[in-house]
Design a protein around this ligand. Sequence first.
Ligand code: ADP
Ligand code: G6P
Length: 460
Amino acid sequence: MRNTRRIIVVANRLPVRRSAKGAILKWESSSGGLVTALKSVLQHTRGAWIGWTGTSGVTPRRFMHDHIWIQPVPVKKREVEYYYNGLSNKTLWPLYHDAICAPQFNRRWWKPYHTVNQRFADYVSRVVRKGDTVWIHDYHLQLVPQMLRALRPDLRIGFFLHIPFPPDELFEWLPWRSDILDGLLGADLVGFQTLGGAQNFARAARKYTVAKGAGHSLRYERRSIRVGSFPISIDAAWWSQRSDRPEIRKRAREIRDRVGRDRKILLAVDRLDYTKGIVERLQAFEELLSTGKASVHDCVLMQLAVPTRETVGDYAQLRSTVEQMVGQINGEFSVPGRVAVHYFRRNHTREELTAFYRAADIMLVTPLRDGMNLVAKEFIACRTESDGVLVLSQFAGAAKELAEAILVNPRDTDGMVSAFRKGLSMNPAEVRRRMKALQRQVHDHNVYTWADSFLKVLRR
Ligand code: ADP
Ligand code: G6P
């Protein structure tokens, strides 16, 4: 990062979260693509991160973590239920992801969402200094740009949405659609993962607010607002270097030895979220085995799943469905020493993840809808021998950039089975050609070029 001016990142989730194990409170790393990306950026620039600790207990004062200044914002117990679990994760998250699960619209959740957004804006206005750039992130904080502008009209304010911005047929369901748009239009620059997201937003802004204009620029209340797509990425050099370390190579060999050197490893790594298409992937893997197109002697599926949002009903339901399916597939197909599906429901360290990425033959990234999907890019960066096949959903933002992956429709079980087979039998020259092209993309467009390109437009 060449920028030397301070960046104030504002996001619901801090890079560390407070967790209670019995009576003991401790800090652990947060998971998810937003934290992965922004942590890399802030570690290489001066700045601070304003966000929530993940619990409603006593809020600590500002502190330093991994070279980043952390400013916690308090969120009360009732607000966690209404602002975070409710409006953010039962309304906006499913609505913005194609309504894969039915979004819930509850009037009682709106006021707490508004209140917490106002609190974030108040904290930012107190922390920010002249010349700082404020960069607000994601669907939890869509009202903050306008609220902050009212408090500090002197600031340059950027907003980036990490998840898809839905088409009008879905967005119009939202009872608070104009408030959300007015909130976002408080920014000088509003960024999205894809061109489609940017276009959906601009169309909605023209329809439900007084905004005018076309293309990448809107006029709104005598200000000009830039709208654009900025596909997020990873610290590709970090993942590649880490993957080449002797201890990671050794760990990758151990993983391979444990499952059997003669078997190909299909790997999947996700938050345990219904947008990730885990059920559809397990169905396709079952079909691969039941139709005899592959057997437990040829291959194994390893599913790594981080627990997430466990107090929201749809997530609890997903967990039980996934665990039932894993049990059923293993009951049906495993033989002694040859388990069909290895399922790990826990947070892994980045080192351990790197070893899994390195050990795999085929990476399955098959979400039903995803803003970007950084797992796909992490896998590519870890394949320093330019081997390994990526099977990628056409509904992940990453599919727009990673055209050399095997692209699939995760709801098409036959298509998924063919893609798995294609991955299992692809000749090494083609594997290498495709992987090299994918690596060029991920190294040329990394998280630093992403942040640079956004900040350059914002500060113009
Ligand atoms: P999302 O933002 O929806 O969580 P992404 O694929 O963009 O999806 O980002 C997920 C991030 O979480 C990645 O950086 C990945 O390394 C990390 N992650 C996923 N699964 C695990 C796991 N089991 N343990 C630790 N980190 C994980
Ligand atoms: C996605 C969202 C992030 C969120 C992350 C983890 O990446 O875009 O805003 O932080 O999921 O979810 P959580 O609810 O634990 O913050």
